[in-house]
Design a protein around this ligand. Structure first.
Ligand code: PEP
Ligand code: MG
Length: 575
């Protein structure tokens, strides 16, 4: 009988496979008290199980390599620390020795006590750490069970299976994913959990919060995991399978392109290395960026966090989002742009000034952030905290003149001092860059280069301001074109000033991902592109066919063009 179980997507994709249940029978423990003469033997058994659990974690660590190892090792460290926690161990010993608890019952009691402590915490991130406790204790209980039954319940090959469990430990997930596991349906857990973060970076589809999973699904049931719809279909029908096949065809096509290009270097035909970054806002973007071999995130638009909900996101909410982004990129650099509300970007938080005659020329971007230092400082604190999890750069939108950058730097300094006093871990350095999207910033870019560590050209806005043509007004299509000589000259000017100052310059407007303009941007000297992840492979492909040296020689002609039609003609010869 077809049955649909709702759940929350923690990592996107679809999977069709046999269900493999991991029942939390581990908590159905024997509660009869120990006899006096059993105590020493049971204590020994407990410590053997703890040793086995430690050994398993060490072995898992040895099996993981590369970026994945960096992420998983963090979880393994956290779990190993718990296994060595003196208070936890003393508590367990006392329960067995003094309270006559059997080891399984003692472990369950400790688990319940610690879980209650974490559950009572306000911070959603800390609350989700309850899963770590669950996973560590489950590992020890499972080791205990194996001793009695002598049955090695190995986490061996799981080809063609979808794991159905209460939760799954990140380290186990990494191991299983390497052994054919197709997906995970968890009855509890959150999209904040380490497991969810990891599933996303492994590209393993995962649903959490599927409440009835363990009671409604049976071992070997055929199930369809569909994160787009947020459901698990038990005993799928022909129609469900057709939907799955359509998805499969699509992702296979995509996969073939990925297979050939994802790990290829980004290089022009004449051997010049180019850096490709992703504009990423969601977990899917991050997963895509990684799968397509991005060099990092070149633009993370934080306003999405502010637009998703009514009211302002708290420091912890922001911290969690930024940290997940940084973790998701597995050690690659991430550029977080500070709040860019105003103009076309609606405002759920109620910050944007009402009644401005020209909002696009009004208090938007950094102008708005500096008007609300308390709101801005909350964001700055969240960024500083997240920057301990990997390399982060901060990008400031709508900069017009140096004093804005100086003010932002001062706020960062103050927030740093505050956090230091609170004994919060802080990153050593945090490069601060300016978006170049206001004509004055582009023309007078040298002044900004005195204060910025890097630049990112925002051609979406730069074009609208240079051309005095609203980027959202399709009646102005004949004016609002990236081929306008005035725009190209500014872009070339910014790139060359940045190069002379020895500071990186990227371009993160939509044109960065337009393969029809890749040759033009290379001709202008661009070496760092940032784009929607879906474009990464296309641009890499295009770059491989271009001769950079020849294109650079054409730059003067392009820059001398009088009209955008002239540029178009020149471009037609280039491509
Ligand atoms: C831009 O203006 O080019 C840009 C990348 O920023 P946004 O599109 O978010 O304004
Ligand atoms: Mg912009």
């Amino acid at each position: 009988m077809r049955l649909v179980l709702p759940g929350t997507s923690a990592s996107t994709g679809m999977a069709l496979g046999r269900a493999r249940l991991v029942q939390p029978s581990r908590y159905a423990v024997d509660t009869r008290p120990l006899a006096e003469d059993e105590i020493e033997g049971e204590l020994e058994r407990l410590h053997r199980a703890l040793d086995t659990a430690r050994q398993e974690l060490r072995e898992l660590r040895g099996k993981l390599h590369g970026a994945l190892a960096r992420e998983v090792n963090e979880f393994i460290d956290a779990h190993s620390l718990l296994l060595d926690d003196a208070e936890l161990l003393r508590g367990l010993d006392d329960m067995v020795r003094v309270g006559h608890y059997r080891p399984g019952a003692a472990l369950k009691k400790q688990r319940d006590r610690l879980a209650a402590v974490f559950e009572a915490m306000d911070d959603p991130y800390l609350r989700s750490r309850k899963e770590d406790i669950d996973q560590v204790i489950a590992r020890v209980i499972s080791a205990l069970e194996r001793q009695t039954s002598a049955e090695e319940r190995k986490l061996a090959a799981r080809v063609g299976e979808i794991l159905v469990a209460d939760t799954i430990a990140p380290a186990d997930m990494a191991h299983l994913a390497g052994n054919g596991l197709l997906g995970v349906v968890a009855s509890s857990g959150s999209a904040y959990s380490h497991s969810a973060i990891l599933a996303r970076s492994l590209g393993l589809p995962m649903l959490v919060g599927t409440r009835d999973a363990l009671s409604s699904i049976h071992d070997d049931d055929l199930i369809l995991l569909d994160t787009e719809r947020g459901e698990t279909v038990v005993h799928p029908t022909a129609q469900d399978l057709a939907r799955y096949r359509a998805w499969q065809r699509q992702s296979a096509q995509e996969g073939r392109r990925l297979a050939s290009l994802a790990n290829a270097p980004t290089r022009t035909r004449d051997g010049f290395d180019i850096h490709l970054y992703a504009n990423a806002e969601s977990a899917t973007d991050v997963a895509q960026a990684r799968a397509r071999g991005a060099d990092g995130v070149g633009l993370y638009r934080t306003e999405f966090l502010f637009l998703r909900q009514k009211g302002l996101p708290s420091e912890d909410e922001q911290f969690t989002a930024y940290r997940d982004l940084v973790l998701g990129m597995g050690g690659l650099p991430v550029t977080i742009r500070t709040l860019d509300l105003g103009a076309d970007k609606a405002d759920a938080a109620g910050l944007v000034l009402r009644g401005e005659d020209n909002p696009a020329l009004g208090v938007r971007g950094v102008r708005l952030s500096l008007r609300y230092p308390a709101v801005f400082t909350t964001q700055i604190r969240a960024i500083l905290r997240a920057a301990c999890y990997g390399p982060v750069r901060v990008l400031v939108p709508m900069v017009t003149q140096p004093d804005e950058l100086i003010a932002v730097r001062t706020l960062f300094k103050l927030a740093r001092q505050e956090l230091e006093q609170e004994h919060v871990d802080l990153p050593e350095k945090l490069p601060l860059g300016a978006m170049i999207e206001v004509p004055a910033a582009a023309i007078n870019v040298r002044a900004l280069l005195d204060h910025a560590d890097f630049l990112a050209i925002g051609t979406n806005d730069l074009a609208q301001y240079v051309l005095a043509a609203d980027r959202g007004n399709d009646a102005l299509d004949n004016i609002y074109t990236p081929l306008q000589p005035a725009l190209l000259r500014l872009v070339a000017h910014v790139i060359s000033c940045g190069r002379r100052a020895g500071k990186p310059v990227s371009l993160c407007g939509e044109i960065g991902g337009d393969v029809g303009l890749t040759a033009l941007l290379v001709a202008l000297g661009l070496t760092e592109f940032s784009m929607h992840p879906s474009q990464l492979l296309h641009v890499r492909d295009r770059l491989a066919s271009l001769d950079r040296a020849a294109l650079r020689r054409l730059a003067p002609r392009l820059l001398r063009a009088h009209t955008h039609e002239d540029v178009e003609t020149l471009l037609a010869h280039l491509t």
